[in-house]
Ligand binder design. Structure first.
Ligand code: ATP
Length: 213
């Protein structure tokens, strides 16, 4: 019989290693049609308050809600995200859902991410409007076992969650992509509602100028 005897400090190191190497990553999923300062503020607050390693912005290809109007193409939405997050070293863009194509389901995205990075813990960041909508998410019962949901307050949405959620206290920011698209179409200012580079790109390329988006 072979008996392995570890020195106490080696045994301790082996025991504590898995926890130490676990990365904690926040997921900001959405249509980002377009990205705005509300998204950036909530992501930054969750990052700092939970001490996460990184926030991944994941634009969807086709959102699952059937009532969502057609968004501008995925690559343009992704490019606007790139412009918006370029100056923040712990924000990154992941094109995983655009590359995959089809309807984007968070459960499939998280399963794919977890397969690629088994040692990472994922924190799924959502606004209070999505908290109310969670029971309708595709395969939600599985998804809640794979991520920790983190929620941020949003004006007009106070419904308690059916699922465990960590609420993060952030300033209430009343910016929405819907409101931005209307402002652009009506030629009202979007200055300070989106990062400067995002506003410049939208104007230069005439995005959201008509009401079909
Ligand atoms: P739309 O107006 O087109 O529905 P949106 O502004 O809600 O868009 P999404 O891309 O759908 O933007 O949002 C991605 C995630 O960010 C969702 O979970 C949404 O609830 C959340 N979110 C967006 N804006 C805010 C905000 N101002 N405050 C809190 N959460 C927000």
């Amino acid at each position: 019989m072979v008996t392995t005897v570890f020195e106490p400090d080696v045994a301790l190191a082996l025991e504590s290693e898995p926890d130490e190497v676990k990365r904690r990553v926040g997921i900001m999923g959405g249509t980002f049609n377009p990205i705005h300062n509300g998204h950036l503020i909530m992501a930054e607050q969750v990052h700092s308050q939970l001490g996460l390693d990184e926030i991944l912005f994941i634009p969807n290809n086709i959102p699952p809600h059937i009532d969502t109007k057609t968004a501008i193409d995925g690559e343009t939405r992704a490019h606007l995200i790139e412009l918006a997050i370029a100056d923040n070293p712990h924000f990154n863009l992941d094109r995983i859902e655009l590359t995959k194509g089809g309807v984007s389901y968070s459960i499939e995205t998280i399963a794919q991410l977890k397969q690629q990075h088994p040692d990472t813990e994922y924190y799924f960041i959502i606004g209070a409007d999505e908290v109310a909508y969670l029971p309708k998410w595709h395969r939600i019962e599985e998804l809640v076992t794979m991520v920790t949901f983190v929620a941020v307050k949003r004006t007009g949405f106070t419904q308690p969650s059916t699922y465990p959620v960590i609420w993060i206290d952030t300033p209430l920011v009343e910016i929405s992509s819907t409101d931005l698209r209307q402002r652009i179409e009506q030629q009202r200012s979007i200055r300070y509602l989106v990062p400067v580079k995002v506003a410049e790109y939208i104007v230069k390329n005439g995005l959201y100028q008509d009401d079909k988006h």
